[in-house]
Design a protein around this ligand. Structure first.
Ligand SMILES: Cc1cc2nc3c(=O)[nH]c(=O)nc-3n(C[C@H](O)[C@H](O)[C@H](O)COP(=O)(O)OP(=O)(O)OC[C@H]3O[C@@H](n4cnc5c(N)ncnc54)[C@H](O)[C@@H]3O)c2cc1C
Length: 574
């Protein structure tokens, strides 16, 4: 049997490898079939297939921020353009395999690494801007760092990027994309004009407000790895010059002041109108490795549209900021939006703006043994006894801090950090039904909790994260899907999508009826779609592009691979 399935001329080597690695012969045969299928469908070889015994396979195993060592992908496919993606999906389906897209590998729970075929979308990293730069088309592999650097530097435009330069826009946008700029500019996905991707049947599909509206709705907060491998996102960009003048500040206060500070902050709701942005970071336990075990709260923020430090101080005081409670660490004017991005990033790597490019790398350094870290983020809205959101009383925060302190001092835990960000009208003025992002639209604040435990205390961080969430449960409006949280168990559909989940299931049935996309926290097919699945038909084309003739023409032949970065001002062709 083995002799029949191995490749001629390589028989001995492949059989030996199979015995040594435990990869069985039928897997190798399936791998060969998959590779041949892909190469036949992509004559230009826009990429490459790596099956388990190939050099390069192990290297790709480590390209995740939080790699999941229990996953053993059948193959990785480097996809340099959408046709490579199409072929990979079709060949996976023909060989009974499932797929998962990976762009920057920053999933918090390693969900871009699956046991099926990993579609390496990170190689599609173009940036094109429209003639007046009011729109930008980006590939999924373009990182927050590289994207924002070129938008700012060349066009004085921005999109609401997060401060981690190496997060790719591919996953970031689909899960929402929360930024320090979101007060005014909304989630990154609120700026989407259109998306293009390959569906679970291998067809290229375009979605916007007028075409495939349900898919477009889903792409904002519900689309990551569920039913489509997106290869282009077109977004509105904002003029960055409004951020050119700012005063940035950082303060620290001891733990005993924190309940009062939080009480003040949760009453401070009109920051977008008053041009002040504030974020709070509560540290109950710092890294013991660094000898930092104290408890404190940091405040970081900026006054916009002024470089006048006195004016900024006055504005803060007018907003009830009590400087006597704080130890000032930085209070400095800035004169470019690039400086503001660097200031928010708080990181050494941003001291030189070129570092945005160097560190805006596609993947973080490979690592397969990260610490025992669990992260979640939730939408918060305090209602007291009524339905109108109000400012929680000081006692509410006294209780939270006490519970968190008790928890974080349990054996095995070494870091407990909670971040608070008020959500401005950029997010909350958009109806909760207009995108798949649900709970955060109804919230007043975003709260992220990060718990780290020593490696030997296997469940300590997840147990603590569950308890921390329970302290806030009565005010929680659900979880933020970009901070995927595997402690949610079977409640993740409700937590991420609220009542929108059934609509997402319909989108799944339409664009991935054979459940080709494999996800750690899947949007499952609705029961009514099971009949369609059993038909076992594999359509090679989807009609319905009549209203987008230009788009359809664009993809009727194999174009040259897009250069990774293309800064020439040109008309959008997506
Ligand atoms: C250090 C760090 C900082 C972060 N900061 C922020 C922040 O400030 N704001 C914020 O909102 N989020 C933040 N995140 C969360 C981050 O945005 C999400 O984890 C995001 O999904 C990462 O995208 P990626 O492409 O880098 O990751 P990947 O791991 O490649 O992908 C994440 C998910 O998206 C899917 N996916 C990826 N590409 C595609 C595609 N082309 N088509 C369809 N599905 C795709 C994957 O299958 C997977 O399910 C941060 C994460 C980390 C680790």
């Amino acid at each position: 049997m083995l002799g029949i399935v191995v490749r001629p001329g390589l028989g001995f080597a492949v059989v030996c490898l199979a015995l040594v690695t435990g990869v069985n012969a039928s897997t190798i045969a399936q791998g060969d079939r998959f590779r041949k299928c892909w190469e036949a469908k992509v004559p230009g070889h826009y990429g490459k297939v790596f099956i388990r015994e190939d050099p390069g396979y192990n290297d790709r195993m480590t390209r995740n921020y939080e790699p999941d060592p229990t996953k053993a992908p059948f193959a990785f496919v480097d996809c340099e353009n959408e046709f490579a993606v199409q072929a990979a999906i079709r060949c996976a389906a023909e060989n009974g395999l499932q797929v998962c897209p990976r762009s920057g590998g920053h999933s918090r729970i390693g969900s871009s690494m699956c046991d099926g075929v990993v579609l390496e979308m990170g190689l599609i990293g173009h940036l094109q801007v429209s003639e007046n730069a009011s729109k930008a088309s980006v590939g999924p592999g373009l990182t927050n760092g590289v994207g924002i650097y070129h938008l700012l530097k060349n066009y004085s435009r921005l999109i609401p990027v997060g401060k981690c330069a190496s997060v790719a826009l591919g996953g970031y946008i689909l899960g929402g994309g929360l930024s320090e700029f979101s007060d005014k500019l909304g989630f990154a996905c609120d700026n989407l004009v259109s998306v293009s991707g390959v569906d679970g049947m291998g067809n290229i599909v375009h979605a916007s407000q007028t075409v495939n509206q349900d898919l477009f709705w889903a792409a904002c907060g519900g689309g990551a790895g569920q039913f489509m491998a997106f290869f282009n996102y077109t977004l509105n960009t904002a003029v960055s010059t409004v951020y050119d003048n700012f005063v940035g500040f950082r303060y620290r206060t001891p733990i005993e002041n924190v309940p009062q500070v939080l009480h003040w902050y949760f009453g401070f709701t009109d920051q977008e109108a008053s041009n002040v942005q504030l974020r709070l970071r509560l540290v109950i336990k710092g890294s013991t490795n660094k000898g930092n075990n104290s408890e404190y709260m940091d405040l970081a923020g900026a006054c916009y549209a002024t470089s006048d430090t006195a004016q900024c101080r006055d504005l803060m005081v007018a907003k009830g900021f009590n400087s006597s409670m704080w130890n000032e660490r930085i209070f400095m004017p800035g004169y470019t939006a690039m400086d503001l991005i660097k200031f928010y990033a708080e990181s050494e790597m941003f001291t030189d703006e070129k570092a945005l490019l160097e560190h805006g790398m596609l993947y973080v350094e490979g690592s397969s043994s990260r610490d025992n870290v669990r992260v979640t983020a939730l939408g918060f809205r305090y209602q007291g006894n009524g339905s109108i959101p109000t400012q929680p009383p000081i006692d509410y925060f006294v209780n939270y801090i006490q519970q968190s302190q008790t928890d974080c001092n349990m054996t095995g835990l070494r870091k407990c950090i909670t971040i608070f960000q008020a959500l401005g009208s950029g997010i909350t003025s958009i109806s909760e039904n207009s995108t798949a992002l649900y709970g955060l639209r109804l919230s007043t604040h975003w709260i992220s909790i990060r718990i780290e435990a020593r490696l030997t205390y296997e469940n300590a961080s997840s147990d603590s994260l569950i308890r921390h969430q329970s302290y806030l449960a009565a005010e929680s409006m659900g979880n933020f899907v970009n901070y995927q949280d595997d402690t949610l168990g079977s409640s993740y559909p409700e937590a991420y999508y609220g009542p929108g989940y059934t609509r997402l299931q319909s989108v799944k049935a339409l664009f991935d009826p054979w459940n080709i996309f494999l996800s750690s926290q899947p949007v499952t097919l609705p029961p009514s779609s099971l009949l369609r699945r059993s038909l076992n038909v594999f359509p090679m084309e989807r009609s319905g592009y009549e209203d987008e003739p230009f788009f359809w023409k664009r993809y009727s032949s194999f174009p040259q691979v897009q250069p990774r970065l293309d800064f020439s001002s040109m008309e959008l062709d997506y």
